[in-house]
Structures are given as structure tokens and as C-alpha cells.
Design a protein around this ligand. Structure first.
Ligand SMILES: Nc1ncnc2c1ncn2[C@@H]1O[C@H](COP(=O)(O)OP(=O)(O)O)[C@@H](O)[C@H]1O
Ligand SMILES: [Mg+2]
Length: 255
């Protein structure tokens, strides 16, 4: 059975893309068949896994406009077992472009994904930092959501809104949608703040919060500029170790 996980949080800069790329890469390197779908107009996940934007003719944008199926969009990445449905800047206009569509615009990704997903063990959807049609398409297509939470002041801010959005999507489009887990990211071990925030998040979300915490690690922020995952950039870094641990935890939660 394929598991589809949307990595979402309408806040920007919390580690969605870093988690999408490196969790996908970790599982691909463990021989699972993985698809990474980029729904962010910034296409950081696409570039972070080494797909040059000059070589993207078809993207998730063309899937949402209904021009092509996902199978035409999916590319192999440089990592074995890891395919990518790239994103591109045109995604930014999708809300306006589909404004006239009366029915079905929220399920376009789901319908396209249903045709290809059986080939994969896990599908990850990297979501944009906004609660519009791109995010709705992602939430409609997935089984669960993985929510990265940055260990900073205001970490919990916006989560209520996100949970409401999840509930609305459950009511209208995706009854079985549930929370995969919350992931504490960018923990700075030198400060008390990070510890306080993580305790706060665990108090509210209990066992939904992964035991694995992603530390702040410069290597994780450098790897995307080389277009490679953390395991190929610096496999001995604490960032690489943390994402490997996370991959194991995700696997164990999924039996
Ligand atoms: N654990 C980490 N340690 C250091 N830098 C990180 C870490 N996670 C993400 N970053 C950096 O922080 C920025 C935001 O992360 P990103 O994954 O792009 O967030 P989002 O997709 O939620 O906007 C990026 O520059 C990224 O390289
Ligand atoms: Mg991102």
C-alpha cells in the first residue's frame, strides 16, 4: 500500500522543503520507491534534489491546469528510487487561473496521483507556505500530514489555523485525512528557548510529536545549493543522522 504524506505548515521557513527532500532521500536510499511532488512555486525541493529549472518543460502546474497527467511530469532524480514531480513559478498564479472552474479544482492532483501512486511506497508532497488551492490539492491527495514546527518563539502560532484547515478538508474532500506527526526542527541546543518550545509542543500534541528532533545544522542549509541531499553532501553531519533517524521513526509508525 502506498502512503501519501503532505509536508505542510503555512508558515514559511520552518523546514518543510528540507524535510521533504531529506526524508524522501533517506527512504529512497533504504530502497523504498519514493515520489516527491513539489507544489511550491519557489520549487526549492525540485532544485534541492538537483533538477535544473532549465530542464523542466512540464511541472505540477500543468497537472493542476489539466493539460497533462502526472506520468508526463515525473522525472528520475539523481538518487535511485527517488522520482520527482517538479514545481515551477507558474504555480503562483493557479488560484486565479482556476478561479472560474466551478467543480473539481480541489481534486486535480488527487485524480492525477491516483493513476501513478501504486508504483511507489511513499509519496511526499512539499507544500507552499500558504493556505490556498495548492495546499488544498495537497491535503485532498494525501493520507496524512507531517507538520514541521520550528523551535522558535511563536512556534505554535498558526497551528490552530492549520488544524482548522485540515478539519475543513476532512469535511469536504478527504474524510480519512489524519496527522502523521509533528516534527520539531532547527533546534538550537545551546539555548533554553528551543527546549522550552519543544516541551510546549509536546504538551499539546503528545505522542504525535516525533522523538527525533532536527537540530540546527549548517550542512542542512548548505546542501541545497549543491543540488544534493544531506546524505551525499555530508553523511556524517548531525543533520544527516537526524533525518536518518526520522526516516526510521516514520517507517516504524507505519508498521
Ligand atoms: N535543521 C536546519 N538547520 C539549519 N538550517 C536549516 C534547517 N532546516 C532548514 N534550514 C534552512 O532554513 C531555511 C528554511 O528551510 P526550508 O526547509 O526551506 O523551509 P520551508 O520549506 O518551510 O520554507 C532554508 O534556507 C534551509 O536551508
Ligand atoms: Mg519550502
Amino acid at each position: 500500500m502506498t502512503k501519501v504524506i503532505a509536508i505542510t505548515n503555512q508558515k514559511g521557513g520552518v523546514g518543510k522543503t528540507t524535510t521533504s527532500v531529506n526524508l524522501a532521500a533517506a527512504l529512497a536510499k533504504m530502497k523504498y520507491k519514493i515520489l516527491l511532488i513539489d507544489m511550491d512555486p519557489q520549487a526549492n525541493a525540485t532544485q534541492g534534489i538537483g533538477i535544473n529549472r532549465d530542464y523542466i518543460e512540464l511541472s505540477t502546474y500543468h497537472v493542476l491546469t489539466g493539460e497533462v497527467g502526472l506520468e508526463k511530469v515525473i522525472q528520475h532524480s539523481y538518487i535511485e528510487n527517488l522520482d520527482v514531480a517538479p514545481g515551477e513559478i507558474d504555480l503562483a498564479g493557479i488560484d486565479l487561473e482556476l478561479a472560474h472552474v466551478k467543480q473539481g479544482r480541489e481534486v486535480r492532483l488527487k485524480q492525477a496521483l491516483d493513476k501513478v501512486k501504486d508504483y511507489y511506497d511513499y509519496v511526499f508532497i512539499d507544500c507552499p507556505p500558504a493556505l490556498g488551492l495548492l495546499n488544498t490539492n495537497a491535503l485532498t491527495s494525501c493520507d496524512t500530514v507531517l507538520i514541521p514546527v520550528q523551535c522558535e518563539y511563536y512556534a505554535l502560532e498558526g497551528l490552530t489555523q492549520l488544524l482548522n484547515t485540515i478539519k475543513l478538508t476532512q469535511n469536504h474532500f478527504n474524510k480519512k485525512l489524519s496527522i502523521e506527526g509533528l516534527l520539531l526542527t532547527m533546534l538550537d541546543q545551546r539555548t533554553n528557548l528551543g527546549l522550552e518550545v519543544s516541551q510546549e509542543v509536546r504538551k499539546y500534541f503528545k505522542e504525535k510529536v516525533y522523538k527525533t528532533v532536527i537540530p540546527r545544522n549548517i550542512k542542512l542549509s548548505e546542501a541545497p545549493s549543491a543540488g544534493i541531499c544531506i546524505f551525499d553532501y555530508d553523511s556524517s553531519s548531525v543533520g544527516a543522522q537526524a533525518y536518518k533517524e526520522l526516516a526510521k521513526e516514520v517507517l516504524s509508525r507505519n508498521g
